[in-house]
Design a protein around this ligand. Structure first.
Ligand code: MEV
Length: 413
C-alpha cells in the first residue's frame, strides 16, 4: 500500500482517485446534496466548498492511517505529511471522554447553605439525569458525576454535570438533561437559574499524543540536527512565555486539528473554544505542545495535550456524505480514536511549522505551494500551470506580476 502512495502529491487528481478506488477507499465523488444541506441550516442557498485532501505518512499507535483534511491554506496538508514522516510512530492516549454542562443559579441568598443542600441531593440529580439518557446508558455511557461551585461575592451557585455521550457529540443530550433537572435543582437550592447549557471547556475530553524523534531524522549532519532540536525546544519554551507567540504557535496546531475536525463533520468552533480555554488554564495563554531535546538519547521528544470533544455519530455527521467518506477512510474510528488521530495531526503540524520557522523560514515552502494559486490567478490554464510554477520557483520571485510575465512569455514563444 505504501508504494501506491509514493509521491502521491506528484500524481494527477485522477491518478490519486484511481489509487483510492483500487483500494476500495473511493467509489464515487460525493457531494453535499442541496436537499441534505437545506436540512442543515436556515435560508440555505448553495455550498461553500473547501479542498479535501489526504495527509500521508501517519503512523499512530503502530497503525498506518490515511487522514482526510479539509482546508484552503496551501501548505497545511504537505506540512502534516512531512511532519508525520519525521515523527514516525505517534503514541496517543485518551483516558475519558465526557461532555460537561452547567446550571447557573443567581441571586442566591445563602450560597453556603444552598451548596450544602444541593450536595445532599446529588444522587437524586444523577437519577433524574439518567431518565433522559436511556439510549446513552444502553450504549455504555450516561451521566458520570455532578459537582458544585459557589461564587460567594456575586451570589451565583453552579451545578456541573458530566455525561459520557459515547461516540455522539452530545450537546443535545446534555442540554436536554439540564433542562429536565433544573427545576428540581432550583427547588432544592431556593434560587432561580439564569442559564442551563453545555460548557465548551472540555476538561473531560483530554487527549495526549507523543513522539520521539531520533535527531538524525532532523538533519543528516548530527551537529546541525542538534542545533535544530535545541532551537525547536527553545521556540516552544518561548511560546509558553509570550502569548503573542503562543497564539501563533497554537494556530499552527489548529491548522491541522481544524482540517480533520471539518473533514469529519465535527463542530470546529467547539474544538477551537476548548483548545484555547485549555491553553489558558494556568491563567496565562500557553503552548499546547512541548518539545524537549533529550541530549542523552539524542532524541527530540514532542507532546501535545489538548481537549478534543469530537464525535463519530449523530448530528451533521450522520447525514453529511463527505464526512461519512472521511470517517470511512480512517476505518470508522470511535470518537476516542478520532480524537487521538486529530491530536497526532496537531503534533505533526506543530513540528513542521516550528522546524521551518527555526531553520529556513516558513515562506520557502509556503510560497512554493502558493505558486500554483498565483499561476491560476494569472490566468494559466491546466496545461500551463506546471510550467508557470516551475519558472516562478526557479526565478525565486513568487508574486502575481512575475506569474503574469512568465505566462505572457510562454504564450508568445
Ligand atoms: C501558519 O498558518 C501557521 C504558522 O504561523 C504556525 C507557527 O508559526 O508555528 C506557521
Amino acid at each position: 500500500m505504501d508504494n501506491l502512495f509514493y509521491k502521491f502529491y506528484n500524481k494527477t487528481i485522477n491518478e490519486r482517485r484511481e489509487i483510492l478506488k483500487s483500494l476500495n477507499l473511493l467509489s464515487e465523488i460525493k457531494v453535499l446534496e442541496n436537499e441534505t444541506a437545506n436540512l442543515m441550516i436556515e435560508n440555505y442557498i448553495q455550498n461553500y466548498q473547501i479542498p479535501l485532501g489526504i495527509a500521508m505518512n501517519f503512523e499512530i499507535n503502530n497503525e498506518k492511517i490515511l487522514i482526510p483534511m479539509a482546508i484552503e491554506e496551501p501548505s497545511v496538508v504537505a506540512a502534516a505529511s512531512n511532519g508525520a514522516k519525521i515523527l514516525g510512530n505517534i503514541k496517543t492516549e485518551m483516558i475519558e471522554k465526557a461532555v460537561i454542562g452547567q446550571i447557573v443559579l443567581y441571586d442566591v441568598k445563602n450560597v453556603k447553605l444552598s451548596l450544602e443542600r444541593l450536595k445532599q441531593h446529588q444522587q437524586e440529580f444523577i437519577e433524574m439525569a439518567k431518565e433522559k439518557s436511556q439510549n446513552m446508558i444502553k450504549r455504555g455511557g450516561g451521566p458520570k458525576k455532578i459537582w458544585f461551585e459557589g461564587f460567594e461575592i456575586e451570589k451565583f451557585v453552579t451545578l456541573y454535570l458530566s455525561v459520557d455521550t459515547c461516540d455522539a457529540m452530545g450537546a443535545n443530550t446534555i442540554n436536554t438533561i439540564l433542562e429536565h433537572i433544573s427545576q428540581r435543582v432550583c427547588e432544592i437550592a431556593g434560587a432561580d437559574y439564569i442559564l442551563r447549557i453545555i460548557s465548551n471547556n472540555a476538561t473531560e475530553s483530554i487527549v495526549s499524543a507523543k513522539a520521539s524523534i531520533p535527531i538524525l531524522r532532523l538533519n543528516k549532519d548530527v551537529d546541525v540536527a542538534k542545533v535544530i532540536a535545541k532551537k525547536i525546544e527553545l521556540a516552544t519554551k518561548y511560546a509558553s512565555l509570550d502569548p503573542y507567540r503562543a497564539s501563533t504557535h497554537n494556530k499552527g496546531i489548529m491548522n491541522g486539528v481544524d482540517a480533520v475536525v471539518l473533514a469529519t463533520g465535527n463542530d470546529w468552533r467547539a474544538v477551537e473554544a476548548a483548545a484555547h480555554t485549555y491553553a489558558a488554564r494556568s491563567g496565562q495563554y500557553k503552548s499546547l505542545t512541548s518539545w524537549i531535546y533529550d541530549e542523552d538519547k539524542e532524541e527530540l521528544v514532542g507532546e501535545i495535550e489538548m481537549p478534543l470533544p469530537v464525535a463519530t455519530l449523530g448530528g451533521t455527521i450522520s447525514i453529511h456524505q463527505i464526512a461519512n467518506w472521511s470517517l470511512n477512510l480512517m476505518n470508522n474510528p470511535s470518537s476516542k480514536k478520532l480524537a487521538s488521530i486529530i491530536a497526532a495531526v496537531g503534533l505533526a503540524q506543530n513540528f513542521s511549522a516550528v522546524k521551518a520557522i527555526v531553520t529556513e523560514g516558513i515562506q520557502k515552502g509556503h510560497m512554493s505551494l502558493h505558486a500554483k494559486t498565483l499561476a491560476k490567478q494569472a490566468g494559466a490554464n491546466e496545461n500551463e500551470i506546471d510550467e508557470v510554477v516551475k519558472k516562478l520557483k526557479s526565478k525565486g520571485k513568487i508574486n502575481i506580476d512575475e506569474a503574469k510575465l512568465i505566462l505572457d512569455n510562454l504564450r508568445n514563444k
